[in-house]
Unconditional design. Structure first.
Ligand code: PMP
Length: 287
């Protein structure tokens, strides 16, 4: 089926949607993005994603191409036009397409930001069988830039990390800086030890995951103890459980790190419970 996508104010078949070769997203990775999940035809935590998007734009001094309400309306319309029950909406904003390539930012009065949205249909997203068996990760050095809190489209290194994992027969990579885990290639990383949920604190070193915020809130509401601190790969390997969170995988158990089984290589009770709570609670506020 041909998707209907959104490009700069127009809903178009994906085959007719076009962006300039001078677009700064294409030439300079000068763009930000968000991925919002759809469950039961509704948007999960749209508010959180819209707020982080606004922050990313502000941090990069980039114009906002549309108001919150307009963005919500576009998301909803794409869900409807493409008949999405379970899946994702990808949104990207770039600094636009000036009439030539230049390192200097274009004048925002004459160069408007580019706004693109498209849907990804993923039936079975919530009932993902991978969550039953968990994933295997390898560790790789974190050589990304210093503003990982901004959700930019500079995804080459995370993409390379995923390929290194694949080559090693694993599913994903955890990145390590100065001996401590920062995050997964496209998710936040956690361990569980003696009932405590341990995850790196927020800073410019990691993306401030929207799913992370929700999961930590739900964990605390369920009287689980949360500790925000950095940890090493060795500590993670010796933990009772490990897991990752992201908008499209929710809570995903990790059962192996660099070849060492975590929690006997089985999905643990905390990750399992948090996945259930997250799906249940976030559906209640889906819009
Ligand atoms: N860290 C990184 C590097 C990511 O790319 C993502 C997903 N985009 C996350 C964490 C998780 O963020 P969220 O829960 O908002 O999807």
């Amino acid at each position: 089926m041909t998707r209907t996508v959104f490009v700069n104010g127009e809903y178009l078949p994906e085959t007719e949607a076009k962006v300039s070769i001078f677009d700064r997203g294409f030439l300079m990775a000068d763009g930000v993005y968000e991925v919002t999940s759809v469950l039961g035809g509704k948007l999960i935590d749209f508010d959180g994603h819209a707020k982080r998007l606004e922050r990313s734009l502000n941090e990069l001094d980039m114009q906002k191409p549309a108001e919150f309400d307009d963005l919500l309306e576009i998301h909803r319309k794409l869900v409807e036009l493409n008949g999405i029950e379970e899946g994702m909406i990808y949104l990207q904003i770039t600094r636009g397409a000036p009439d030539d390539r230049d390192f200097v930012f274009p004048d925002p009065e004459t160069t408007r930001p580019t706004l693109v949205l498209f849907t990804q249909n993923k039936p079975g997203l919530a009932a993902n069988p991978v969550a039953e068996r968990g994933i295997k990760v390898i560790s790789v050095e974190d050589i990304r830039w210093g503003r990982r809190d901004i959700k930019t489209v500079q995804l080459l290194y995370p993409s390379m990390g995923k390929m290194m994992a694949k080559k090693a027969g694993c599913d994903d990579a955890w990145m390590v800086e100065d001996g401590y885990v920062t995050e997964g290639t496209s998710n936040n990383a956690y361990i569980v030890k003696d009932g405590k949920i341990i995850t790196r604190g927020l800073s410019n070193d990691i993306l401030h995951g929207i799913t992370r915020a929700a999961v930590l809130r739900f964990a605390q509401e369920a009287q689980m103890e949360v500790v925000e601190r950095a940890y090493t790969i060795e500590e993670a390997q010796a933990a009772d459980e490990a897991f990752v969170t992201s908008a499209s995988t929710f809570v995903m158990p990790v059962v192996e790190i660099d070849g060492a089984a975590v929690g006997g290589g089985q999905v643990g009770p905390v990750a399992k419970r948090l996945r259930e709570i997250y799906l249940e609670e976030s559906l209640k506020t889906a819009i």
